[in-house]
Design a protein around this ligand. Structure first.
Ligand code: PGA
Length: 230
């Protein structure tokens, strides 16, 4: 079976940011999204705004996600790979798609252990039977989250190729369809460079997703590329 190119996904993780008044900023994202037909867009607001944003997104080309699986859960809440896998399975049972985040710390990268660490996280966190419909993987080096630092394109290429290979070994052909996002200090200024890296199927954006202009600028980079391929 020949798979079609993976449709990019640009997801904005608002973490605990945002008030009811942020619906105005979200509405600007929704308006801009109507012009981007070749990319999937998602906003993950804090739990307090989920209902509000879901109502505002009704009928619009913006998916709404809830947050529960980030590197901070692993470090502050001591969540294990088995916990992450159980949550991804629970999401699947509820008919949801889970974004499972993996990534090494700075010390682990400096010790040349980044691939080994991410490989272990991936093997432990991805449930059996995962498909492109119920799973997205996000590679988020812990040291790049909110720091303004990003790995070099060749480090991203190496890691994403590694994740793709590992998904293939585990899931066969289905592993080719699963989207692998890059996350960690993605901004309009570096989106293009990261997008050109093989096996980068979109972005998981934190800080820059809070501003409609910045989020849409990142999304349109992927939209353009996807139109060129499609
Ligand atoms: P950042 O956050 O884009 O602000 O680095 C990324 C994330 O936490 O998913």
């Amino acid at each position: 079976m020949v798979r079609l190119p993976r449709r990019p996904l640009v997801a904005g993780n608002w973490k605990m940011n945002g008030l009811r008044s942020s619906t105005a900023e979200f509405s600007r994202i929704v308006e801009g999204a109507r012009k981007l037909a070749a990319v999937d867009l998602m906003i993950c607001p804090p739990a307090t705004l989920l209902v509000l944003f879901a109502a505002a997104a009704k009928g619009a080309p913006v998916l709404i996600g809830a947050q529960d699986g980030h590197a901070e859960r692993r470090s502050y809440h001591h969540e294990t790979d088995a916990d992450v896998r159980a949550k991804a399975l629970a999401a699947r049972r509820a008919g949801l798609c889970a974004i499972v985040c993996v990534g090494e710390t700075r010390a682990e990268r400096e010790d040349q252990r980044a691939l080994a660490v991410v490989g272990t996280q991936l093997d432990g966190s991805v449930p059996d039977g995962a498909t492109a419909e119920n799973l997205v993987v996000a590679y988020e080096p812990v040291w790049a989250i909110g720091s303004g630092l990003t790995p070099t394109p060749s480090d991203v290429a190496q890691m994403h190729a590694f994740i793709r290979q590992r998904l293939g070994l585990r899931l066969g052909e289905e592993g080719q369809g699963i989207r692998i996002l890059y996350g960690g200090s993605v901004k309009p200024s570096n989106a293009k460079e990261l997008m050109h890296v093989a096996n980068v199927d979109g972005a998981l954006v934190g800080g820059a997703s809070l501003k409609a202009d910045e989020f849409l600028a990142i999304a349109s980079v992927y939209d353009q590329q996807s139109r060129n391929i499609g």
